[in-house]
Design a protein around this ligand. Sequence first.
Ligand SMILES: Nc1ncnc2c1ncn2[C@@H]1O[C@H](COP(=O)(O)OP(=O)(O)O)[C@@H](O)[C@H]1O
Ligand SMILES: [Mg+2]
Length: 272
Amino acid sequence: MTEILLEAGAIVKDFPLGRGHVLRAVDQVSFKLMKGEILGLVGESGSGKSTLARILARLLPQTEGAVWFDNEQLGGVSGARFARMPARRDIQMVFQDPLASLNPRWRAAEIIGDPIRRLGTAEEKQRMRAMIEEAAERSGLPPALLNSFPHQLSGGQRARVDIARAIVLRPKLLILDEPTSALDASLQAHVVRTLMRLRSDLDLTYIFVTHDLNLLRLISDRILVMQKGKLVEQGPARQIFEAPQEAYTKELIAAIPVLGQRRVDRSGRQTA
Ligand SMILES: Nc1ncnc2c1ncn2[C@@H]1O[C@H](COP(=O)(O)OP(=O)(O)O)[C@@H](O)[C@H]1O
Ligand SMILES: [Mg+2]
C-alpha cells in the first residue's frame, strides 16, 4: 500500500518588500508525497521552488498553510517544539552550491558529523566517527578526503560531502535543491547514480528540485510544475511528458533540446 509521507496544504509564503508591499513567492501550493517516491519539482528561475523546498525542510516558516510529515503537523509548530520532533532528523536538505552552504572552516568529517552533534542521541555521538565514515563511503567520498576543507575538494567531492551530511542520521526524506546543477554533465551523472543507489539502500524518499527535465524524465515518478509561485500542473512523470495539459508545461517540454518537437526560446519563438 502506498503511504503518504508528506502533505503540503495551501502553503503561502510572502516576503515583505517594504512600504506594505509583499512578494508572494509561494501561492497556495498543495500536494501529497508518497513514501519511496521521487517527486520532481520544476519551473523557471524565480518560480518559488527553493522557497517551497526550504519551507518543507522547516528552514523557513510559511506565511499560511500547513505541512504534515508522517501524520504529524509541522506547520505552526514552534522552533523549540520542532527541535524535539523526529521530523527534525527525518527531513534533510541537499543544496545546489556546497561551497556556499558548507562551513569553509570545517573539515569534511566535521561537516558530515554536524547533524549528529546537533541532533544525535548519546549513543550516536559515541559512534560518530564510524557513522561519518559509513556515510562518506555510501556517498562515494574516499575516506582519505575526510580531513580536507571544502576549498581543497572538487565540486563533485563537495556534493558528496553534502550528501553524506544529509544521510548521516538516516533520514526518511531528502529534499534536493538543484543538487547537481553546479557540476558538469559527466560528474552530474555520477552523483545522480550515487543518489539513486542511496535511495534504494536506505529506503529514502526524494523531492528533487531541478530545471533539468531530461533528468526528471529518467528518475522521477511524479512531477510538480511551478510558475510564479503557483503549482500549475502535477501528475505522473509520463503524463507530464507525453500529455502535458498546461501551456506553461508544454512550453517547458518543447524547450528541452533533445526531446522537444522543436526548439523554442523563452519568448516562444521557434529556433533552428
Ligand atoms: N529571502 C527572500 N527575501 C525576499 N525575496 C525572496 C527571498 N527568497 C526568495 N525571494 C524571491 O522569491 C521568488 C522565488 O525565489 P526562489 O524560491 O529562490 O525561486 P527558484 O528556486 O524557483 O528560482 C523570487 O522572486 C525571489 O527573488
Ligand atoms: Mg532555486
